[in-house]
Ligand binder design. Structure first.
Ligand code: IMP
Length: 185
C-alpha cells in the first residue's frame, strides 16, 4: 500500500480523502502543519506553493489541497478568500449577501498539489456545480456544505460516500489517484 502524507488541519478533508484513496490502496496520513498560504486568485498556484513548501520543510512526500466556493452573482466571491470569509461572516453572512440575488449558481473548486522532497509539485483540479440554498440545511460535512445545494440536497445532507461521488475534492483526488497508481514510488 502506498502511503502519502496529507498536510492539513481540516479533519473533514482527511475523512473524504481517506474514504476515496483507501479504496485504491493508498494510505492517507494526516500531518498538521501550517504552511504559509500564498495570496493568489488561482487555487492551483496556491496548492503548488503549499505542496513544495511542505515537502521541503517536512522532508516527506505530501499532498495539500486548496478549495474555494465561487459565486458568480457575487463576482466570484468568496473564491480564494473562502477560509477568511467563512471565519468572519460564515454561512449566515453568505445567505445575507445572496438574499436579493436571482442567480443562485455557485461552484466549488479544488486543487490538490503533490510533491516529493526537493521536487516540483504537480496539481490536479476538480469542480462541483450547484446552487446556494435559501437556508442552512444538514449536519454532515464542514464549511459551506450546509448552504451548497447539489440537486435537491445540500452537501451537508449527504454522507461522505455520497459527497465523494460528486464533489470537487473527489474529482481532483480521483485524478491524483489515477496518476499516482501508475507511478512507481
Ligand atoms: P481551504 O481549502 O481549507 O483553504 O478552504 C477554504 C474554505 O472553504 C474553508 O472555510 C473551508 O471550510 C471551505 N471549504 C473547503 N472545501 C469545502 C467543502 O468541500 N465543503 C464546504 N466548504 C469547504
Amino acid at each position: 500500500m502506498k502511503a502519502i502524507y496529507f498536510v492539513t488541519n481540516n479533519t473533514g478533508k482527511v475523512k473524504e480523502a481517506k474514504a476515496l484513496c483507501e479504496e485504491h490502496d493508498i494510505k492517507i496520513q494526516q500531518i498538521r502543519y501550517e504552511y504559509p498560504e500564498l495570496q493568489s486568485d488561482d487555487l492551483e498556484t496556491i496548492a503548488k506553493y503549499g505542496a513544495e513548501f511542505s515537502a521541503r520543510a517536512l522532508n516527506k512526500t505530501v499532498i495539500v489541497e486548496d478549495a474555494g466556493l465561487f459565486i458568480p452573482a457575487l463576482g466570484g466571491f468568496p473564491g480564494p478568500y473562502s477560509a477568511y470569509v467563512f471565519k468572519t461572516i460564515g454561512n449566515e453572512g453568505i445567505l445575507g449577501l445572496m438574499s436579493d440575488k436571482k442567480n443562485r449558481e455557485a461552484y466549488f473548486e479544488s486543487a490538490v498539489g503533490y510533491c516529493e522532497p526537493g521536487g516540483g509539485a504537480i496539481t490536479f483540479t476538480g469542480i462541483a456545480n450547484g446552487k446556494i440554498a435559501h437556508e442552512i440545511r444538514g449536519e454532515h460535512g464542514f464549511g459551506y456544505d450546509p448552504i451548497f445545494l447539489y440537486d435537491d440536497k445540500t452537501f451537508g445532507e449527504l454522507s461522505i460516500e455520497e459527497k465523494n461521488k460528486v464533489s470537487h475534492r473527489c474529482k481532483a483526488l480521483k485524478k491524483f489517484v489515477k496518476w499516482i497508481s501508475a507511478k512507481d514510488i
